[in-house]
Each structure stands twice: as structure tokens, then as C-alpha cells.
Design a protein around this ligand. Structure first.
Ligand SMILES: C[S@@+](CC[C@H](N)C(=O)[O-])C[C@H]1O[C@@H](n2cnc3c(N)ncnc32)[C@H](O)[C@@H]1O
Length: 288
């Protein structure tokens, strides 16, 4: 299996490149004890994960038709940042500096590229598959409507971050998540509201890192143990951690090697039953 050998924050791990298969995951999880020696089929479901460095559309195109059950994703939209000034870099450092390590590559989110992305999501999803796509307030209005061209949109969910954030007029306290399906499969629960109170993360280890609890809410009525969860913009790996904790397999990608490293380290730990190194439990508060 091809691997990248990367060093980030003093940690070293073998990180899979595009095209690595399930069987390689044991090698990636080289520090995860007995999991490392198993083939893909022998691994417990929760240990089946793959995070690769790749562009979202190329990554999705590499997945077989109908091979994933749930997509939970938080794309790197560029629209909001192109249309608004963040002031003095209090959110993510000096936005726009080419060498600003506090930021990450943005997805070119013009409608044509976003539609191509959604169509690949649709192809990779199994019939009855569920998809959750996060949108900031700008991208919700500029791109959110395109979800209807590809999927059956079912709900607009509000993530209430509880504490106030930045904002030029009203200060931002929420983000939105569009929930849609490919074909028809109901949620497995009838008690889930469409407003989720989950405190934002303080002292995040990655720019725009989201709480694992947010992705756990997405999976609560959509995933069963043994299903495969996909995130083409995995960032720090919070979605992957939520999926592993739900007993699901994970296929994920990010263009940024720092993200791939971090997400891989978190998967290695969680699949081995160790605490998630990316999130201190005390920093997150969640109320569905
Ligand atoms: C909003 S962040 C995701 C944060 C993640 N949900 C978390 O909790 O850490 C978006 C991610 O998309 C990645 N990205 C940007 N352009 C991409 C592309 N074309 N393909 C795949 N990933 C991309 C960025 O590197 C960044 O890590």
C-alpha cells in the first residue's frame, strides 16, 4: 500500500494516499495494537477506517457506486470569505496569507463545481442513503438550493453553538445543515429535533474544527453499526471519530496533509479504544 510518512505536531504516522484499500488500514493503524495485524475482513467494524489525502471530487470518483451509506460533511466554502472581511484575523489568523498555517485550502465553490461534487456524492451513496451537508449563512443561500437538483431534501437543521461568535450585524450563533436522502429511507428515530445545541469547541487543534457531538447527532437516526460513513472534507476527523464511535466504518479525505495526519491519529486512538486526542470532553456541551 502506498503511504506518506508525515510529521505533524511531533507525531509520526503512516498516512494512506489515494487508492489505498481497506486492507491497508491495519498498517495505517500501526500503533493500534492487534488491529494492526488484521486484514480488513478480520477487523472489527469500528476499526475499519481510511483517511486519504485527495481532492473531494477525485476521492468520491474513486469510490464504487452505492458504496457508502451516510455522508456527513462540512465543506471548505470560499464564498463567505470572498464576500466578507474577517477584520484582524481573530477567527483563523490572517486569512488570505499564502503561508498562513491557521487556515486551509478552500473548495472552489462555484455552482458548477458544487453540483459536480453533489453528483459524485449521489453516485457513491447507496439507495436509501442519507447525506448531511453543512452550510454557513452565505453558502446556504448561494449553493444550498442545488441540493434539490440532486437529492430529496428533507430538513434544514440548525446547529445552535450556544455561545456568540463574530458577526458584522447580528453576531453568529448558528450554522445550518441540510439533510437529504437518495431515494427513501426514514430516520431510525422519531424523537430527533431540528435544532441541535452543541457548544462550539474552544482551543481547537484545527481551524474550524467541529465537535464530534455534532456529527453524532447526524448519525443518530441515520447510521447503524456496520454501515459506512463518508466525509470528503474530513478536516481534523471529528466526523470520522463520531462514525467509529457509532460502530461504523469510515472513508474520508482532505487535501491538507495536516488534516489527514490529525484525522488518522484520532482514528487510530478511537479504533483502539483510547481517548480521542482531538477533543477534551470538558470542552464540549451537547443537548439534542
Ligand atoms: C471546514 S473544514 C472541515 C472541518 C472538519 N469538519 C472538522 O471538524 O475538523 C474543510 C476542510 O476541507 C478541506 N478542503 C479544502 N478544499 C478541499 C478539496 N478540494 N477537497 C477535499 N478537501 C478540501 C480543507 O483542508 C479543510 O480541512
Amino acid at each position: 500500500m502506498p503511504v506518506n510518512d508525515l510529521t505533524v505536531r511531533g507525531l509520526r504516522a503512516k498516512v494512506p494516499q489515494a487508492g489505498a484499500d481497506w486492507a491497508g488500514d491495519g498498517q495505517v493503524a500501526g500503533r493500534a495494537g492487534s488491529v494492526a495485524a488484521m486484514t480488513a475482513l478480520e477487523q472489527p467494524v469500528a476499526a475499519r477506517w481510511r483517511v486519504e489525502q485527495n481532492d473531494c471530487v477525485r476521492f468520491l470518483a474513486s469510490l464504487p457506486d452505492g458504496s457508502v451509506d451516510v455522508i456527513t460533511t462540512d465543506p471548505a466554502y470560499s464564498g463567505m470569505n470572498q464576500h466578507m472581511s474577517f477584520g484582524h484575523g481573530r477567527i483563523v489568523g490572517r486569512y488570505g496569507d499564502a503561508d498562513n498555517a491557521s487556515w486551509f485550502t478552500e473548495f472552489r465553490d462555484d455552482p458548477a463545481t458544487f453540483l459536480a461534487f453533489l453528483r459524485e456524492c449521489h453516485r457513491a451513496l447507496a439507495d436509501g442513503g442519507h447525506i448531511y451537508v453543512m452550510f454557513d449563512s452565505f453558502s446556504l443561500l448561494s449553493l444550498g438550493h442545488l441540493m434539490r437538483e440532486v437529492f430529496a431534501v428533507k430538513n434544514l437543521i440548525v446547529w445552535d453553538k450556544v455561545n456568540l461568535g463574530m458577526g458584522h450585524y447580528f453576531r453568529r450563533r448558528h450554522e445550518t445543515i441540510v439533510f437529504a436522502t437518495k431515494g427513501h429511507r426514514r430516520l431510525s428515530r422519531r424523537d430527533l429535533p431540528d435544532v441541535w445545541q452543541v457548544k462550539r469547541i474552544h482551543r481547537a487543534v484545527y481551524p474550524t474544527q467541529k465537535p464530534v457531538a455534532l456529527f453524532s447527532h447526524m448519525l443518530a437516526g441515520s447510521a447503524e453499526p456496520g454501515m459506512t460513513v463518508c466525509d470528503p472534507f474530513v478536516g481534523s476527523g471529528s466526523s470520522a471519530v463520531a462514525a467509529l464511535k457509532a460502530g461504523c466504518g469510515v472513508v474520508a479525505a482532505d487535501v491538507d496533509p495536516r488534516a489527514v495526519q490529525l484525522a488518522s491519529d484520532r482514528c487510530i486512538a478511537v479504533a483502539a479504544g483510547l481517548p480521542d486526542p482531538g477533543e477534551r470532553p470538558a470542552t464540549v456541551h451537547s443537548r439534542p
